[in-house]
Design a protein. Structure first.
Length: 87
């Protein structure tokens, strides 16, 4: 169980480095008290994560894992290509 926890923690940490959320937190921290920024970021990310986990669980009951991995992989690559090509 701890192995899964640390795998997820490490993956999310690496994926969030330099993300828009981090940049927004830097901007808010330049204007507001760091404690309120920290609590706001934690609460906002928690809400987003709760929704993501619930939707992921629901989809996993409706779509076989093989197809789900394929669709998620294609979307991930597609967003990457779109990001590279956008101006």
């Amino acid at each position: 169980m701890w192995k899964v926890f640390w795998l997820i923690t490490g993956t999310i940490f690496l994926m969030e480095l330099g993300d828009k959320t981090q940049l927004a937190a830097i901007g808010f921290a330049s204007k507001y008290h760091p404690l309120w920024v920290y609590l706001g970021v934690i609460f906002g990310m928690a809400l987003c994560t709760i929704i993501s986990v619930a939707v992921g669980k629901l989809i996993s009951t409706l779509v076989p894992l093989r197809y789900l991995k394929l669709v998620v992989g294609i979307l991930f690559v597609g967003v990457g290509i779109w990001t590279l090509l956008s101006k």
